[in-house]
Design a protein around this ligand. Structure first.
Ligand SMILES: Nc1ncnc2c1ncn2[C@@H]1O[C@H](COP(=O)(O)OP(=O)(O)OP(=O)(O)O)[C@@H](O)[C@H]1O
Ligand SMILES: [Mg+2]
Length: 507
């Protein structure tokens, strides 16, 4: 099935999200869609899937114009979308989620789960998805949840699959598995639109690449004639530096000291197993590791989102082991959470409100018992300018921002304050290369102003580029430490430690 989008224009108030865009999508092909944050990628695909209707332009399927009145029409025409933010019901099983809305029923309308399960298994086998049909969504790692979303679309017999930043939350191994699924879909004749901010991924899997900037197509090509530098420039309109520009660290006093911290799960298993670490003022400590080895829990312990069972956490000389989140924050701890939707923002609140979510009660924004909205607005507007959060007004709901701009909003709020310690978890998730360059510079700036900076990232490149010292987590423990002054840590050795090879050899 071939699809053509012709002259698509979509406006949101004063914002022109798509400006007369033409795009062709062919069966048996992967179209890579690239573009800076807010360029209009998700909007374009929401139009193709029938979720939004365009202000101008038309969609042709195999040469015939179609018009969609909602995602139901898109699906009926064979177009399915896996959204940037998952839309699964956590307490339902895989099979229940897959059939939601199109349930096969027995006579009298009872849900025929047995039939659903059989259909799920068939799709599973056909495309090598390996998803357990009876598992609860909430018990599955994100990589598998992702496949459930794909299953859902295939179950509805989609011929065109739109995948909006599917790899943003995947580990490198999961990305490999995901790519083999994409290849088998392609071989089966499906058309795939793949959106990502990772240039090496788009070069690896696409047959053709389209680049969007400010709502317009600014570049097209095939991977063979493109490289990362060319793509970056097409996207943001200027050359982008892929290496972090920084001087040698100048570590001072201990800002964060953790000693023998143990965190337990409901079954009393150790999520953190006697973790001890120090982050000094003026240094960036990077925590590397395969996702799921305790990094999330480490950050929860430091920021106070979860209780620890034993051990000590000292922040700039004060014991904060049992302090509240708010107390840690007001002592000068910044936190960029790994899941911006769960811990970083409230989508229905305005951008201005989100910018002061954890500081509205501070003197700068308080007027007696009330909030000084003029001051909030001024601050929010400044944060948006500094971090290039693209919005026509700070009084729009934060949920209207594009995914990357939501991330920039959260990072701005956390880094613009006076802080002593920055805990940054996946700080550049979903950001375009230009924004990554800026956020990295700001993190180094925080370091150079004397903050202790702890970065948790599943991107080894990010850790290698930013960190002065690297700690590797495996199975709830810190299993290795590397000096990365001048980028001298051995990448292979770090990788081996991540795979558990360094057990017992912690420095
Ligand atoms: N529902 C909406 N209401 C108002 N404005 C919107 C809405 N959806 C998108 N926009 C605006 O349209 C523009 C394009 O957003 P879109 O989400 O398509 O960007 P994107 O290319 O997917 O970016 P990202 O890489 O950050 O996900 C942005 O300026 C965004 O703020
Ligand atoms: Mg998007």
């Amino acid at each position: 099935m071939d699809v053509e989008l012709r002259g698509i224009t979509k406006r949101f108030g004063a914002v022109v999200a798509n400006d007369n865009v033409n795009m062709v999508i062919r069966g048996g092909e992967v179209l890579g869609l690239l573009g800076e944050n807010g360029a209009g990628k998700s909007t374009m695909m929401n139009i193709l899937s029938g979720l939004y209707s365009p202000d101008e332009g038309e969609i042709l399927i195999d040469g015939k114009p179609v018009s969609f009145d909602g995602p139901g029409d898109g699906i009926a025409a064979g177009i399915g979308m896996v959204h940037q933010h998952f839309m699964l019901v956590p307490v339902f099983t895989v099979a229940e989620n897959v059939v939601l809305g199109v349930e096969p029923t027995k006579r009298l309308g009872y849900l025929d789960l047995k039939k659903a399960r059989a259909q799920v298994d068939e799709i599973n086998k056909k495309y090598g998805l390996h998803v357990p049909a009876d598992a609860l969504i909430e018990d599955l790692p994100v990589g598998i949840q992702q496949r459930v979303e794909i299953l859902k679309v295939l179950f509805r017999e989609a011929d065109v699959l739109i995948l909006d930043e599917p790899t943003a939350v995947l580990t490198p191994q999961e990305v490999e598995d995901f790519f083999s699924i994409v290849r088998s879909l392609k071989e089966a004749g499906k058309a795939i639109v793949f959106i990502t901010h990772k240039l090496h991924e788009i070069l690896a899997i696409s047959d053709r690449i389209n680049v969007l900037r400010q709502g317009r197509i600014t570049g097209e090509g095939v991977p063979e004639s493109l490289d990362e530098a060319k793509l970056a420039e097409m996207m943001v309109g200027r050359p982008v530096s892929f290496t972090v520009d920084k001087t040698e660290a100048n570590p001072g006093r201990a800002m964060l000291e953790m000693t023998d911290v143990i965190m337990l799960d409901d079954a009393d298993e150790r999520l953190l197993d006697k973790v001890s670490l120090t982050v000094h003022s003026g240094e960036v400590v990077g925590v590397a590791g395969v996702q799921g080895n305790g990094q999330t829990e480490l950050v929860e312990a430091i920021t106070g989102l979860e209780r620890v069972a034993s051990g000590k956490i000292i922040f700039d000389g004060e014991d904060i082991t049992h302090a509240s989140v708010r107390e840690r924050h007001s002592r000068g701890m910044a936190h960029i959470p790994e899941d911006r939707h769960r811990d970083g923002m409230i989508s229905t609140f305005t951008i201005a409100e989100n910018m002061v979510l954890n500081s509205y009660y501070e003197p700068a924004f308080a007027r007696g018992m009330a909030i000084d909205w003029a001051s909030v607005q001024k601050t929010a507007a400044k944060y948006c300018v500094d971090f290039d959060v693209r919005t026509p007004s700070v009084f729009l709901p934060a949920g209207n921002l594009s995914g990357g701009n939501q991330q920039k909003m959260v990072v701005a709020r956390e880094l613009e304050r006076q802080t002593k310690l920055v805990i940054a978890s996946q700080p550049t998730r979903g950001l375009d290369v230009g924004s990554i360059e800026y956020i990295h510079a700001r993190l180094i700036e925080a370091r150079d102003e004397g903050d202790g900076v702890l970065i948790v990232s599943s991107e080894l490149d990010e850790i290698m580029g930013l960190a002065d010292r690297i700690l590797v987590m495996f199975d709830g423990r810190i299993v290795a430490e590397f000096d990365n002054t001048g980028g001298k840590a051995d990448r292979n050795a770090v990788g081996l430690a991540m795979a558990g090879a360094h057990e017992g050899a912690a420095a």
